[in-house]
Design a protein. Structure first.
Ligand SMILES: CC(C)(COP(=O)(O)OP(=O)(O)OC[C@H]1O[C@@H](n2cnc3c(N)ncnc32)[C@H](O)[C@@H]1OP(=O)(O)O)[C@@H](O)C(=O)NCCC(=O)NCCS
Length: 214
């Protein structure tokens, strides 16, 4: 028997939703396989620090956030930022560094490097940038991320804007490819690999090659 899909309502985040959306995102990232080896205490600490980071991203940095609601509960969130405000600049990165310290040994340096590489690779042409996207861990794989991405694509198409994001797993690449994103490049950053993915708004701004299929 297949996994039941969840039907959610996707809408713009309201100011009162900020904390709940930040917690959902922090849980989505704290429970990734790479963190599952951590003790419960370390994981909860990581989750708490990630909540502070996401609260800042959603509440203070530019952009808008879509939330997926199941009844009253927020179960997924996606922040969208329009270029050229989309990257965390080296200065903003340094300001956010204290929040990252202690998440995991060496994690803050890795995070700073990742952000720097993302900043350098960011396409210098108009786009909407997804950063971050996450779904409540116990509800992953039930179509919630797809419903958020579907809404993103509708909005991007209505605005005739391209989409762009960074990601780090083959599963995620598969998901984004279903929505028309193509991997246009990749970078190795201190032992991990990130792919850069682009979804064109029109045939006119499609990048030259797709490094996954070509
Ligand atoms: C990535 C994520 C947002 C996708 O949302 P979702 O609701 O789980 O995804 P959907 O159910 O709509 O789509 C399922 C597809 O997503 C991909 N996927 C990525 N991570 C997954 C996970 N933990 N569980 C299930 N599917 C996942 C797979 O391609 C899957 O397709 P498949 O079943 O054919 O392999 C969500 O799994 C998540 O929050 N993961 C942790 C944080 C993260 O990696 N965020 C994205 C950073 S770029």
């Amino acid at each position: 028997m297949g996994i039941a899909m969840e039907s959610v309502v996707v809408e713009l985040m309201q100011p009162a939703d900020l904390m709940e959306a930040a917690v959902v995102l922090s849980r989505a990232f704290a429970y990734r396989p790479v963190s599952r080896a951590l003790s419960e205490k370390r994981r909860l600490d990581r989750e708490r620090r990630l909540t502070a980071v996401h609260r800042l991203m959603l509440g203070r940095l530019p952009g808008q956030t879509l939330v997926a609601r199941k009844g009253q509960r927020i179960v997924g969130a996606m922040r969208i930022v329009q270029w050229p405000q989309c990257q965390i600049s080296p200065r903003q990165g340094l300001l956010m560094l204290p929040l990252m310290l202690g998440i995991k040994r060496g994690a803050s340096l890795h995070w700073l490097m990742v952000r720097y590489v993302w900043w350098r690779h960011d396409p210098r042409q108009s786009h909407w940038h997804i950063d971050p996207l996450g779904v409540e861990p116990d509800l992953q794989g039930r179509g919630i991320g797809s419903q958020l991405l579907g809404r993103f694509c509708e909005l991007a198409d209505e605005a005739s804007l391209a989409g762009y994001l960074e990601t780090d797993t083959p599963e995620n690449i598969r998901l984004y490819q279903r929505f028309g994103f193509l991997a246009t490049g990749k970078a190795s950053i201190m032992g991990s690999t990130d792919w850069f993915m682009w979804r064109s708004a029109t045939e006119g701004n499609r990048p030259a090659h797709n490094c996954i299929s070509g």
